[in-house]
Ligand binder design. Structure first.
Ligand code: SF4
Length: 152
């Protein structure tokens, strides 16, 4: 998989001290994007799932946030990583809406394994500075129970 960075000890990407996996590549091109360097699919470096898991284990947190870029831009790699993270608390940021994501069988498998999805593109006209976890108010924080209703 192509990753921009594996970041230890983030306190702004979900509850608690989290390890953040930044996927390379994003097809959304949101105006006002906080991280346009993440758009290129050839940015960052190649990792195997084993290499990612080794770094995650070395860092030691069981709280993981998957971000980007757009993680679903590499659906097979994302599915493999999320399967390897069984037992971890997983937050996942995506520019897609959940209604779009549930149409794909492989993606549904990812959604069934995570603890929280923050969905939707960043909309510059709807900034949200009150909640660190969201960039704009259109984005939704969907915990596992809410995700189940979309998967049923
Ligand atoms: S989805 Fe995220 S990374 Fe992609 S363009 Fe929008 S704000 Fe930037």
């Amino acid at each position: 998989m192509r990753l921009l960075q594996i970041l230890a000890d983030s306190v702004v990407d979900g509850p608690g001290l989290r390890t953040v996996i930044f996927f390379a590549g994003c097809p959304h091109y949101c105006p006002g994007c906080h991280n346009p360097d993440s758009w290129a699919s050839d940015g960052g470096e190649d990792y195997t799932v084993e290499q990612v898991m080794q770094q995650i284990e070395q860092i030691g947190s069981h709280r993981i946030t998957i971000s980007g870029g757009e993680p679903f831009f590499q659906p097979a790699a994302l599915a493999e990583l999320v399967a390897a993270l069984a037992g971890y608390d997983i937050y996942l940021f995506t520019g897609y809406k959940v209604e779009h994501l549930v149409r794909d069988e492989q993606v549904r498998g990812v959604l069934a394994r995570i603890d929280c999805l923050i969905d939707g593109r960043y909309v510059q006209a709807l900034p949200d500075h009150s909640l660190l976890i969201r960039g704009s108010t259109n984005q939704r924080i969907l915990k596992a129970d809410a995700l189940k209703t979309y998967l049923s």
